[in-house]
Design a protein around this ligand. Structure first.
Ligand SMILES: C[S@@+](CC[C@H](N)C(=O)[O-])C[C@H]1O[C@@H](n2cnc3c(N)ncnc32)[C@H](O)[C@@H]1O
Length: 160
């Protein structure tokens, strides 16, 4: 049985554009995030961000406090490569979110297509607890449990 890191590294082995969830431009995420009117310094985390172009697009929009967390080193390497010298403007966390102990709070928690891999009830509960700890009061949690054929359900939630 491969570890989560091995599983996801293998998924990215043929390159970040060969994965089934590839999107050249994260249109829906950007539309939803644009609607949040975040301050440029608002801390944003993309959990399971992988090799997504979202971080690059948010940097372009002037957001300056970005974190991408992913269990796959291969995905993070591809994301960094895409950003070139701008990669240094992002905090990269190579870890399993199930063991993530956030040391700060985020204004925006973005999850596109990660939560739905947590199929055990205990894991989903732990995820909810984690997000509640990691999202600042008033912050937005934007997560995307995926469906078949990549027809995603998009959720924007505000923490009370
Ligand atoms: C379907 S992909 C989506 C990637 C990215 N969010 C996007 O929209 O392109 C799921 C991502 O979650 C990561 N992932 C899966 N389980 C994880 C975990 N337990 N902890 C951290 N990352 C995880 C995978 O490595 C992969 O990059």
């Amino acid at each position: 049985m491969p570890t989560a890191a091995e599983h996801w590294d293998a998924a990215y082995a043929r390159g970040p554009q060969a994965v089934s969830w590839f999107q050249a431009r994260p249109e829906v995420s950007l539309r939803l995030i644009d609607g949040l009117d975040l301050a440029p310094a608002a801390p944003v985390i993309d959990v399971g961000g992988g090799a997504s172009p979202l971080a690059a697009a948010l940097l372009d929009r002037g957001l300056s406090d970005l974190t991408v967390l992913d269990v796959s080193a291969a995905a993070l390497a591809a994301a960094r490569e895409r950003l070139g010298p701008h990669a240094a403007e992002v905090t990269w966390m190579h870890e399993d979110l199930r063991a993530f102990a956030p040391e700060r709070r985020y204004a925006l928690w973005h999850d596109r297509a990660v939560l739905h891999f947590l199929t055990a009830e205990a894991e989903r509960r732990a995820y909810a607890d984690l997000a509640a700890r990691a999202v600042a009061p008033g912050g937005e949690e934007h997560r995307t449990p995926g469906g078949a054929a990549q027809r995603f359900t998009w959720v924007v939630a505000r923490r009370r």
